[in-house]
Design a binder for this molecule. Structure first.
Ligand code: NAI
Length: 528
């Protein structure tokens, strides 16, 4: 194990070298201030925006990115990864002094070959494992923070010592610096964001939904699971003491319960999903997908963000946070609109009202159940007599046979629908739908102007959805957003998320065609 500390780094190597910090955002500001406070010569390169104003206000000399680059022996690239390739090609690559050192804070652009490195410069990596605000705060307190370092090109033979000197300058060697390759840094970072984080998030939201449906008070559920900060505190103790040692901080009941029940959560499918996610990162699939998404203006990201904010859980969280914060901080001097309402109605009554609203949304049935239950809902002993047999409403849940006939008609009509054919032009995407409660599956594909739908076994599909028939019915009658269903776990999703999102563009047409087919089938049953 190799970890570099203060004693392994020599700040003197940077004396006489000007450092240009390119970008003055989260990392840029923190690193520039720390390096200057470590006695180094720092200038800032930034476009003319609010960040440039902040840098000037902090007393830095600020020039355009190309100018600052051309004047420095060390260039720290601290702009967002998604703009790095374009800015690098246009304003940095040709301005770098020969023998200078170019330093990235993330391995992404180099690891996934988003840019071409000039051959005459050293290229290093200094990637703090800390957000920008922490980089600054922990430098000021003297504690420091960990970081990864790496070398992609070493023309001078001095790249690693110089990067370690920078790591010391920003305060990272106080805690410890770990050497990695650019690819390792980028892949680990993406794995945490795309696999570990979402898997953990899914455990959290599944638990919240389960406990709410079991009738526990929502404010107690959120506080218990994470909003009290107890869980975050435990994670901090795990970081300090280790997984096993921190167990001693918990009661014996807790130790026995979590260790004995923990065995049940060693789920092979989870491991398989994490492995598939890692593979997609390592073989560059994700980087290509993200580059294509950005080239189109990131429509999928916008859609996902909007849907996440529509989730009842998100709204419940907001209400609870606001109410808890307001209860702690409520004072006559803070008279925002909500706080004046607070003083009128009292914080707890507002909290309860907000929670009741959110719960209603969380538990709202998709199909109004005012219509009598269908044979599928009713136990055989309660089968209706012919005289009391209900007239099926057009919003009634479908029997298995009705669902099959609806899908058949829907797929037939879809294959000759002009709107869907127009969408299919120049595309290749098939979605395969498999039901969890009915022995039925179907696929719908868009291929070069042709729409191909069929009931039956799995075809080659880029997107696979596993869901209950009521979920599909709700989605295709327009009462449930597919993205929201996927985010809340009602759909088990597999395949290419971006392709899946493109199908969202014709969601209205799918709803139109399915609803038509559904009405046709129900009216047919009615007349029969
Ligand atoms: P940021 O979003 O805070 O960057 C803002 C800066 O980028 C501003 O100075 C702005 O003028 C400049 N900028 C934005 N778009 C630009 C464009 N099109 N052309 C020219 N300049 C532009 O970036 P952040 O979060 O500080 O990330 C910088 C680097 O640090 C990235 O490589 C990131 O992966 C890495 N990093 C970030 C961490 C964080 O805490 N945010 C943690 C560890 C590494």
């Amino acid at each position: 194990m190799r970890i570099y500390l203060d004693s392994d780094a020599d700040l003197g190597l940077l004396q006489g070298r000007r450092i240009a910090v390119i970008g003055y955002g989260n990392q840029g500001r923190a690193q520039a201030l720390n390096l200057r406070d470590s006695g180094l010569d720092v200038v800032v390169g930034n476009r003319d925006d609010i960040y440039a104003k902040h840098a000037r206000a902090d007393g830095f000399h600020v020039s355009p990115i190309n100018v600052a680059t051309a004047q420095a022996q060390v260039v720290l690239l601290l702009i967002p990864d998604e703009v790095t390739p374009v800015v690098f090609e246009a304003r940095i690559a040709t301005q770098l002094l020969p023998q200078s050192l170019l330093v990235f804070a993330s391995g992404y652009s180099v690891a996934f070959e988003q840019l071409t490195l000039p051959s005459q410069v050293d290229v290093g990596l200094l990637a703090p494992r800390m957000i920008g605000a922490g980089v600054r705060d922990l430098y000021v307190t003297g504690e420091g923070f960990p970081a990864f370092v790496g070398v992609a090109q070493d023309i001078s033979g001095q790249t690693l010592p110089l990067v370690l000197a920078l790591a010391k300058g920003i305060g990272a060697t106080r805690r410890g610096v770990v050497p990695v390759t650019f690819a390792q840094e980028a892949e680990l970072d993406l794995f945490t964001e795309q696999c570990f984080g979402p898997a953990f998030g899914a455990v959290l939201t599944t638990s919240i939904n389960l406990l709410l449906n079991a009738g526990y008070p929502p404010e107690a559920v959120l506080l218990e699971l994470y909003m009290s900060g107890e869980f975050a505190y435990t994670l901090r103790k795990i970081a300090e003491l280790g997984l096993v040692e921190q167990a001693a901080l918990h009661s014996r009941t807790s130790q026995y319960g979590s260790m004995s029940r923990g065995l049940r959560f060693q789920i092979p499918e989870l491991r398989e999903r994490l492995r598939a996610g890692l593979e997609e990162i390592r073989n560059g699939t994700f980087a290509r997908e993200w580059a294509a998404e950005q080239a189109e203006g990131a429509p999928t990201l916008a859609m996902l963000r909007a849907q996440a904010q529509e989730m009842p859980l998100y709204q419940l969280e907001q209400e609870l946070r606001e109410a808890l914060g307001s209860i702690a901080a409520a004072s006559p001097s803070t008279q925002s609109q909500s706080s004046s309402e607070l003083s009128r109605r009292g914080p707890w009554s507002m909290l309860r009202a907000g929670i009741a609203r959110c719960l209603q949304r969380l538990r709202r049935p998709r199909h109004p159940r005012s219509t009598p239950p269908t044979p599928r809902d009713r136990p055989p002993s309660e089968a209706p007599t012919p005289s009391e047999a209900p007239t099926p409403s057009l919003t009634s849940p479908l029997s298995d046979g009705q669902l099959r006939r609806t899908l058949q008609t829907f797929l037939e009509n879809a294959s000759c629908d002009p709107m869907l054919q127009a969408f299919a032009a120049g595309r290749h995407v098939t979605t395969y739908y498999r039901f969890t409660d009915v022995d039925l599956a179907f696929s719908l594909g868009f291929h070069d102007g042709h729409v191909v739908g069929s009931l039956g076994n799995e075809t080659e599909a880029q997107v696979q959805l596993t869901l209950a028939s009521i979920t599909l019915d709700s989605m295709l009658t327009g009462t449930l957003s597919p993205v929201r269903a996927a985010l809340s776990g009602e759909i088990v999703f597999d395949g290419d998320p971006r392709l899946a999102m493109t199908v969202q563009r014709i969601q209205k047409d799918l709803v139109r065609l399915y609803s038509q087919a559904r009405r046709q089938v129900l009216q047919g049953s009615d007349n029969a």
